[in-house]
Ligand binder design. Structure first.
Ligand code: SAM
Ligand code: SF4
Length: 379
């Protein structure tokens, strides 16, 4: 993808009910949807002004739960994007859906407006786990949602989380059998991240719930890798597996540190070395947009060093890593060599540094440590 191309992420921050483990920005007062979407339309128009020459390659409608938004409102947002950006070369258009809020009318509508990839939040096939973490659907509803979606789309991702309370070898085996039987084109299998302040974290801190232990999870991860490998899924990113040619084009923009626009509350973006995150306050967002002000909570114009570090940081998530030559092309040989030298000193056994820079087996097992350590690199 060249630098004139663009991805667009749109955040729909509403859910019927909050899951106990989740710290993404979303609100349960659904009366606020319309006023939010009006502000979102204004942000789309504001942001598009300097990006008219960009060719949009991917759009991602994420959340929250975009599938609880009425189709006429989704259409409105899509038309605002279409009227303000060049989407003639669009290759991938994804929407996240929850099993409890999808039906054939919505799926057929998604197809009509050009959506060609559906991401279903499954999380687990275990009814016990789903209930424990506050999901409002059960396994049967998940299966039903998947089968229905398959009638309309062949490009389907399913999200799973490994290591929620109640996880056992048999819950993991069930998840893998679901994948084997239903053959989604893409699987995201995230390791549960308990570091954020969530209701589940409080329950864990108070000893009211317990997590499976780390050694057990490390063994189970190896089993998941082997199982999906045998089913011909390519493990192309730390948490992502895809059948042939079904890797997520949009997510690869993030991992290659290319340009994408983030729109909506709490959305982040990266355009021409400018990185930003929008405010996660709904009131602030609406107020600032009404005044024609970009609602940034964080913004920074990266210098070459920061941009290079970010590129490594994101690119190390990819199994093939980042090619040394591409770094030299983007950042010059001198700076690239200085940073690579520092990586060799600080993270030697965690990385393979050759034509490509990538995580070693040890680096994969301890990826969170590697990413923390990379934040300390200074020249
Ligand atoms: C922001 S959610 C939106 C998807 C959709 N609302 C749903 O619930 O299925 C995107 C994905 O992030 C993952 N996720 C959310 N919180 C997580 C956590 N604490 N640890 C690991 N993965 C998490 C889940 O797999 C979820 O499907
Ligand atoms: S996991 Fe999905 S449905 Fe649950 S609170 Fe987070 S965004 Fe909402």
């Amino acid at each position: 993808m060249n630098c004139k191309e663009l991805g667009i992420y749109v955040h729909f921050p509403f859910c019927k009910k909050r899951c106990l483990y989740c710290d993404y920005t979303s609100f349960t007062d659904l009366n606020l949807i319309e006023v939010y979407l009006n502000a979102l339309k204004k942000e789309i128009i504001l942001k598009s002004k300097k990006l008219k020459n960009r060719k949009v390659k991917t759009i991602y409608f994420g959340g929250g739960t975009p599938s609880i938004i009425k189709t006429n409102l989704i259409e409105n947002i899509f038309l605002t994007l279409k009227n303000n950006f060049d989407i003639n070369s669009l290759e991938e258009f994804t929407i996240e859906v929850n099993p409890d809020s999808i039906n054939k009318e919505k799926l057929s509508f998604y197809k009509d407006i050009g959506i060609n990839r559906i991401s279903i939040g499954f999380q687990s096939t275990s009814n016990n786990i789903l209930k424990t973490v506050g999901r409002i659907h059960n396994y049967d509803e998940g299966i039903h949602a998947f089968k229905l979606t398959k009638k309309y789309f062949d490009n389907i991702n399913v999200d799973f989380i490994l290591g929620l309370p109640g996880e056992t070898t048999s819950t993991i085996r069930e998840n893998l059998h679901f994948i084997q039987n239903s053959q989604p084109s893409h699987v995201s299998y995230y390791l549960f991240d308990a570091s954020h302040k969530t209701p589940l974290k409080s329950l864990l801190d108070n000893g009211k719930m317990v997590l499976p232990d780390d050694d057990f999870l490390a063994d189970q991860l190896d089993l998941i890798y082997d199982f999906l490998d045998n089913l011909n899924y390519k493990h192309y990113e730390i948490s992502s597996w895809a059948l042939l040619n079904k890797e997520s084009k949009h997510n690869k923009l993030y991992w290659n540190n290319l340009d994408y626009l983030g729109l909506g509350v709490s959305a982040g973006g990266h355009i021409d070395h400018f990185r930003y995150v929008n405010t996660s306050s709904l009131n602030k967002y609406i107020k600032l947009i009404d005044q024609g002000i970009f609602p940034y909570e964080y913004k920074n114009k990266n210098d070459q060093f920061q941009e290079l570090l970010e590129t490594l940081f994101m690119g190390l998530r990819l199994f093939k890593g980042i090619s040394y030559d591409s770094l030299v092309d983007r950042f010059g040989k001198k700076l690239t060599d200085e940073v690579v030298q520092s990586l060799k000193i600080n993270l030697k056994s965690y990385l393979c540094i050759d034509d490509c820079i990538k995580l070693s087996k040890k680096g994969l097992d301890y990826s969170r440590y590697v990413f923390e350590k990379m934040l300390d690199i200074h020249l």
